[in-house]
Design a binder for this molecule. Structure first.
Ligand code: ZN
Ligand code: ZN
Length: 156
């Protein structure tokens, strides 16, 4: 696994939105929930959790899509490019100190390797998750196990 660069930049597909982040991320995981499958149009989503204060918008003005979770009323604020539709990061009503970068929008994705997997109960049947990786069938009660596993991950 490659080490995390000191700063990392990314942007949307059309290039209107650019961002930069610095510092060690809190965690990186995949989500196999049906919302992520629909929202990405793919088998799963990926989330790179960072401190919101370390994330800087360099150009463009994201559009916000608010998704209210039916179970407990918490809200997610997806930051999207209004032109090309790329989702660049997500913020949370219950955790304003963090943001989840959608890491496929990074310029360099070579260092990304998820430390865990959530909502595996709705994973596509052909997705093979290694037995020794941290998995949650649904939404974890706390993100702490994913954060601790990221801190303890092997580094090169
Ligand atoms: Zn765009
Ligand atoms: Zn999800």
């Amino acid at each position: 696994m490659s080490n995390v660069p000191a700063t990392y930049e990314g942007g949307c597909l059309c290039g209107a939105i650019r961002y930069r982040c610095e510092g060690e991320p809190l965690t990186l995981y995949t989500c196999h929930c049906t919302d992520c499958q629909r929202q990405t149009g793919a088998a799963f989503g990926m989330s790179l959790m960072v401190l919101r204060e370390k994330l800087q918008l360099l150009s463009g003005t994201p559009v916000t899509y608010t998704k209210r979770m039916p179970d407990d009323g918490r809200e997610k604020y997806a930051k999207l490019c209004g032109t090309c539709g790329s989702r660049v990061w997500v913020e949370f009503s219950v955790a304003p100190a963090v943001a989840n970068i959608k890491p496929g929008t990074l310029d360099d994705t070579g260092w990304l390797k998820p430390i865990g997997h959530i909502w595996t109960s709705s994973a596509q049947p052909w997705v093979k998750i290694p037995d020794d990786e941290l998995c949650f069938a649904g939404q974890p009660a706390s993100m702490l196990p994913l954060i601790e596993a990221w801190q303890k991950r092997p580094r090169s």
